[in-house]
Design a protein around this ligand. Structure first.
Ligand code: ATP
Ligand code: MG
Length: 156
């Protein structure tokens, strides 16, 4: 679908039930062109999972930064929280099915969200990377290629 990236993400954030409790603020910053071609359903799932993790694993009153850059249809999405982080020695398991870190305390989860996120990003021909520091916060970066370019390059 062709969509206006900044409207799409603003609507998505406004509709996230978990955010209506209102204890964390999301600072959204969108740069580049307005329109982008995307698999909107997959992109929505990916963002909802990463945003809900950022909220779940950080304290009330901390801020979450969401940067999106549209470079002629190639998207870079960066989400940074200032939460509990992921212990370094456990990070290697992060995208494994049912993985939950040892520092989640009473926060509930199935450990499937990120497995799905990674799968969806790959189905969109993109990449996902992260940096995390225990007690400081976590940063996920997603890069999605321009869909037109991908179609043109089939057969090369
Ligand atoms: P759900 O399937 O409901 O999303 P979940 O949040 O436990 O459950 P994932 O989203 O796959 O599962 O995340 C796996 C684990 O990675 C989490 O349980 C948590 O330990 C850790 N984690 C993920 N995102 C963050 C984050 N932003 N900050 C700190 N830890 C995180
Ligand atoms: Mg999750």
């Amino acid at each position: 679908n062709a969509l206006n990236i900044s409207e799409f993400v603003q609507d998505l954030i406004a509709n996230m039930q978990v955010l209506k409790k209102g204890e964390q603020r999301i600072n959204l910053d969108v740069k580049g062109e307005d329109m982008v071609l995307l698999d909107a359903n997959k992109f929505r799932h990916v963002l909802e999972n990463l945003i809900s993790n950022a909220i779940k694993y950080s304290s009330d009153g901390t801020e979450i930064d969401l940067h999106i850059q549209n470079d002629n249809g190639a998207l870079e999405v960066m989400i940074q929280d200032h939460g509990i982080g992921i212990p370094e020695e456990e990070q290697v398991h992060l995208f494994n099915k049912f993985f939950r870190a040892t520092n989640t305390g009473s926060v509930q989860g199935t450990g499937l969200g990120l497995t799905i996120v990674k799968r969806y990003v790959e189905l969109m021909n993109g990449t996902i990377t992260f940096k995390s520091k225990s007690g400081k916060g976590t940063n996920f970066t997603i890069k999605l290629p321009n869909i037109d370019y991908e179609e043109n390059s089939i057969g090369h």
